[in-house]
Write a protein that binds this ligand. Structure first.
Ligand SMILES: N[C@@H](CCC(=O)N[C@@H](CS)C(=O)NCC(=O)O)C(=O)O
Length: 376
């Protein structure tokens, strides 16, 4: 099926977390694109047969290449050259940007999903409108039910709800302080960390009425950053003389340090527990090179692990995708001379992030045929 092939096509939904990441990136880089919904006939005719799972965002390039995964979409353009490259060149900033990207993609999903689905009494009209206008009333119902069913697997329980809410408010304060002084997390342009955080902080927390209200009333600089991330190019009217570079000399802004410490308190022990589960799973199952991580294309988890969120026991689904994200930080670290690795490890330790950069393993998680696969 053909549409206008002169621009990129982005298949997504206005309220989708990961579509927001790709959209923010395309707009920042000034890449011409047209957004189409999953109800557009092209999605069923041309996209689903390739991706084999109903997942967004998906990008179709003018040349007809189909790319699923917000991260792969970003990397596709990074490899070709963009006005505002998202990966810092220097190792510490690059590693920490990837770790914060992971925090946005995986840890803050808990906050995003809690605020979307646990406050329906206050915001159901808005949420239902989003799903129904994108999917039609009948399918909207089914998808809304499915999304709500994910909450326990994300560790959202009556015991964790107050901690998630306190954590969201704390994060807003820390980011508000930082963003009063810098337009983006690592300086003058968005890094992969900003793209990681904008997913949850736009589509859910910056847009759904209850969490967006908290953001606007308690953290106006964060709300402005959300606007900035979604605007074309760099929307830096408050920072007209700042420049578009990351902060010099691989430095970490003082105001970012507390954000990193806050992130560490939520990344762990969950990440360590998930990696241990995955290592044991691989050792036992011995998946073949190229084997998809799930028996069916839509399966993302290989099991559930008992872990903790801020000291409260939770169960969480183990997505090998986490290694797909974080092994890129490991690659940066492992290419450095030993002494430099030790120096960076000490800095990571000062934030509580020493275990966030996975050691090289006898397996990796890669991508083939649009799916996450084991690489041996
Ligand atoms: N790693 C993927 C995640 C994409 C994703 O989870 N997308 C959600 C919408 S925001 C989805 O399609 N979910 C379908 C489902 O879980 O049924 C990416 O970054 O693109």
């Amino acid at each position: 099926m053909t549409t206008d092939h002169s621009v990129h096509e982005l298949f997504g939904m206005p309220h989708s977390l990961y579509t927001g990441i790709a959209r923010a990136y395309l707009r920042t880089q000034g890449i011409a694109y047209r957004e189409l919904g999953t109800r557009h006939p092209v999605f069923a005719a041309d996209i689903l047969p390739v991706t084999r799972r109903s997942i967004i965002p998906v990008l179709r390039t003018p040349g007809g290449e189909i790319i699923q995964d917000s991260l792969d979409i970003i990397d596709h353009f990074e490899a070709r050259g963009v006005p505002y490259p998202a990966y810092p060149e220097t190792p510490l900033q690059r590693i920490l940007a990837i770790v914060l990207q992971y925090y946005g993609y995986q840890s803050l999903l808990r906050h995003a999903m809690h605020y979307r689905w646990s406050f329906l009494a206050e915001q159901e009209t808005f949420i239902r409108h989003a799903f129904a206008s994108a999917l039609g009333a009948e399918l909207a119902e089914e998808v809304m039910q499915r999304m709500q069913s994910y909450l326990p697997g994300l560790g959202v329980t009556p015991d964790t709800a107050p901690l998630i809410e306190a954590s969201y408010r704390d994060l807003l304060q820390l980011l508000n302080t930082h963003l009063a002084q810098h337009p983006y997390l690592f300086g003058g342009r968005p890094s992969i960390a900003d793209y990681g955080l904008i997913g949850p902080l736009y589509a859910h927390l910056g847009r759904d009425p209850v969490p967006a209200g908290i953001m606007k009333t308690t953290a106006p600089w964060v709300y402005r950053w959300v606007e900035r991330m979604l605007a074309p190019g760099l929307d830096v009217v408050e920072f007209a003389d700042y420049g578009a570079d990351f902060v010099a000399d691989d430095a970490i802004p003082d105001t970012l340090a507390p954000v990193l410490t806050h992130a560490a308190a939520e990344i762990f022990p969950e990440l360590t527990d998930k990696l241990a589960f995955m290592d044991a799973w691989v050792a036992q199952q011995q998946p073949a090179n190229g084997q998809p991580i799930g028996a069916k294309p839509h399966q993302r988890h290989i099991g559930q692990v008992q872990t903790q969120f801020r000291g409260v026991p939770i169960q969480a689904g183990v997505e090998p995708y986490l290694l797909y994200l974080l092994q890129r930080a490991g690659d940066v670290m492992q290419r450095l001379p030993q002494a430099e690795q030790q120096r960076l490890q000490a800095v990571l330790e000062s934030y509580g992030l020493q275990a966030a950069v996975p050691a090289a393993r006898d397996y990796r998680v890669g991508r083939a045929g649009q799916l996450e696969v084991w690489q041996r």
